[in-house]
Design a protein around this ligand. Structure first.
Ligand code: ADP
Ligand code: MG
Length: 700
């Protein structure tokens, strides 16, 4: 029973006509609680007349969709137990076969039902599809859609714990009822001018047509409108965030470019590349402004970000503020410290290092220096922001290898200082679409050029059968003076086993094929002091072959190391391997990267390995990675609070994304009211969640 006062989209689905407790429960299991949720449960795809193949026209190995009646179905014993369903469409027979869970499928289907099958056609005496995608079509109106040309929405079916849940047909029924009773409650949420400018249909029409499209054009228009919605609110949140940072906090104006910076640039053993100069100019211009900088610096591995960071920190120092550089690992912090220290020694600028490994007395002294402002540049890990480190006057924070840092950490960091400018650096290129969504509130600078004289790294992907050949090659190169990294995978889930394997391999290599060389071992479980010792020996050339787990993944810079061997390369992700490869090719010498894969390997692993063998371009690699993993997995974006989009696809809908972004930023610029988050329609649960996350981490 539906009372007038409960005609509200937040009404529980159980009050919908035709939904009993049991159905409501099933819906809840699928995450659908309110009428609103139900209206935003979008079809996974559609069936229309033009998509349907006649069984008599099927050919082996084509992908087809067929609609027919279940002629017979049941479990067949035989060599392999299976569930078989025979479909008849008036022109011929097609069977669907399921090899797993035959009992389950036996409960799903009934003789006489009208069903659509989609899948690849096989031929074994008759046509069949193995594990086809299927949809039941037998509710009213469905069966005659072939004649009327109606487009039928197909919904993701639900299934919980092996129990048959709500199927596509069930969804069609309840959504139809929901639309009938509640569609008038859908209020338009976008300003009329945006609808007009972007040629979007209104919300109610869109929701109605995304479920039960009147025709193809309306379906397209409905999808466009709903995609736009998702992207628009996503961007609006970012626009809001960006604006609130700018409004609420006055930042520091770094106006002076002093002599010491000029001296530093002159003293460099190389000329800055044009790209480095360009980004330094961009960053400086931004630092001069009185709003706090929030900028992302992208540059492929080896593009020379460290020196850019240093020059920018000098800008802070010259204006009487401290600069801080945070790295994701102690090894990297240590290395940055050494590099920076070397550059700044002559200029008399005090640089300190703060890492967990330091002795208490040493640490206390460092902390004092930072607090009293003696330390002009502070290098550390992200512990720098976690513990009670007090700065005298923090002006600029540089975060290296950002993808390891969450949004939350960024916020904590900003609370530390006055209103420091923030520069986030990443060597993992971010495809444009992602950067506009994920980091849409940041400004960008891109170093799109490598220092001159770098040769592309010769990358080979080989099976482990070729290992001895590769090691023989390595041996010859080491004899000729080269240094080598050999990296073994180590992932959290199998940390113990992986570590053991890495250590065993180290011992075998050391005693075996490389017994004439000095071989070192580096892994995350070692004491910091020992790690440092190994790294400095490798840097000094005392260790020729460094066997390591992925602790060396980011940032390590030893130009004489020219060979990277990655073992079990099939287990590594693309960005990770690109990072690892970036450890070589840092000097003028020819460099090599061998990716050794232990078979059998998955198709995705093959794509990853061949991509690396084909290109050294980090942006291309990032695009492939995004395609393989999808935006959700890409860099674990979920941690960064990117909501799961239901209908828009930030990889495919780039054009719409750009438009939505323009409109959202334009609106945020002109309309102060929008700064009140309460004005944002909380129509979709995931946006609410997203917004909450953003609120928590808001830096303003
Ligand atoms: P990344 O961007 O990967 O952090 P680094 O800052 O570690 O790269 O720089 C890689 C190497 O290139 C370092 O040895 C650095 O001294 C050197 N380098 C940086 N800029 C230049 C340049 N303009 N010309 C030549 N070498 C450079
Ligand atoms: Mg670096």
């Amino acid at each position: 029973m539906v009372g007038t006062d409960s005609k509200n989209l937040n009404t529980s689905v159980k009050f919908l006509k035709g939904i009993g407790e049991k159905r409501a429960e099933r819906l809840q299991e699928a995450g659908v609680e309110s009428i609103h949720d139900l209206l935003y449960y979008f079809p996974r795809r559609y069936l229309d007349r033009s998509h349907i193949n006649k069984i008599k026209d099927l050919k082996e190995s084509m992908t087809a969709t067929v609609v027919g009646k279940v002629q017979s179905c049941g479990i067949k014993q035989g060599r392999r137990k299976r569930f078989v369903l025979v479909l008849f469409d008036g022109t011929g027979f097609l069977s669907g076969v399921w090899f797993h869970r035959a009992e389950y499928w036996n409960k799903v289907f009934e003789k006489g039902e009208t069903i659509a099958f989609s899948g690849k056609v096989g031929y074994f005496g008759d046509y069949q599809m193995v594990h086809p995608e299927f949809d039941k079509l037998s509710d009213e109106g469905d069966s005659d859609f072939l004649n009327t040309g109606r487009i039928i929405p197909l919904y993701p079916s639900t299934e919980v714990l092996g129990k048959v849940g709500m199927d596509s047909r069930g969804f069609r029924r309840v959504i139809k009822a929901a639309l009938k009773n509640y569609a008038q409650e859908l209020c338009e949420s976008l300003p009329r001018e945006i609808l007009r400018r972007q040629e979007l249909i209104d919300l109610r029409q869109a929701i109605e047509n995304v479920h039960f499209p009147k025709d193809k054009d309306l379906l397209r228009a409905a999808r466009k409108r709903l995609k736009f919605d998702e992207l628009f609110y996503l961007e609006l949140i970012l626009a809001y965030r960006k604006k609130s940072v700018a409004i609420k906090r006055k930042g520091i104006e770094f106006l002076k470019v002093g002599d010491r910076t000029k001296k530093l640039i002159k003293s460099l053993p190389f000329e800055l590349t044009a790209a480095q100069k360009k980004v330094i100019r961009e960053i400086r211009d931004d630092m001069k402004k009185d709003s706090p900088m929030n900028r992302l610096l992208q540059g492929d591995v080896g593009s020379g970000k460290t020196i850019v960071a240093l020059i920018c920190m000098m800008m802070s120092v010259e204006n009487g503020y401290q600069g801080a550089l945070m790295a994701p690992t102690e090894i990297l912090a240590e290395q940055h410290y050494l590099t920076i220290h070397k550059f700044l020694e002559e200029l008399g600028i005090k640089v300190v290092l703060l890492v967990g490994a330091q002795r208490k007395s040493e640490r206390q002294e460092v902390l004092r220096c930072i607090k009293e402002g003696e330390a002009e540049i502070v290098v550390g890990t992200h512990a720098l922001i976690q513990e009670g480190v007090e700065f005298k006057q923090l002006g600029l924070v540089v975060v290296d290898e950002q993808h390891r840092f969450g949004v939350m950490q960024r916020a904590t960091l900003i609370e530390k200082g006055l209103t420091p400018d923030v520069l986030v650096m990443t060597a993992t290129p971010i495809p444009r679409t992602l950067s506009l969504t994920l980091y849409g509130d940041l400004d960008f600078s891109i170093i799109d050029e490598l220092p001159p004289g770098r040769k592309p790294i010769k990358t080979h992907w080989r099976s482990d059968k070729k290992r001895s050949e590769i090691y023989k090659f390595v041996k010859e190169k080491v004899e000729a003076g080269a240094q080598v990294y050999i990296v073994f995978p180590l992932i959290e889930e199998s940390e113990k086993i992986d570590l053991k394997a890495a250590i065993e391999n180290y011992e075998n290599l050391k005693e075996g094929i490389f017994s004439n060389f000095s071989v070192g071992l580096l892994h995350g479980r070692m004491k910091s002091a020992d790690k440092e010792e190994v790294m400095s020996q490798f840097k000094a050339g005392e260790i020729q072959i460094l066997v390591s787990t992925t602790v060396i993944e980011v940032g390590v810079d030893v130009p004489n190391a020219t060979i990277m061997v990655v073992e079990n390369a099939e287990r590594f992700g693309l960005p990770q391997m690109h990072q690892l490869r970036g450890r070589v090719g840092r000097g003028e010498k020819e460099s090599y990267c061998f990716l050794i894969a232990t078979y059998p390997i998955s198709r995705e692993a093959k794509t990853r390995l061949s991509t690396l063998a084909e290109t050294n371009d980090g942006f291309k690699i990032a695009e492939v990675d995004l395609q393989i993993r999808g935006p959700g997995e890409f860099f674990g974006t979920r941690q960064h609070g990117l909501p799961e989009l239901r209908i828009a696809d930030i990889v495919k809908d780039t054009e719409l994304l750009l438009k939505a972004r323009d409109e959202a930023f334009d609106l945020a610029r002109r309309n102060k009211q929008i700064l009140n988050t309460e004005n944002m329609p909380n129509r979709v649960q995931f946006f609410k969640n997203y917004r909450d996350k953003m609120e928590l981490s808001r830096v303003g």
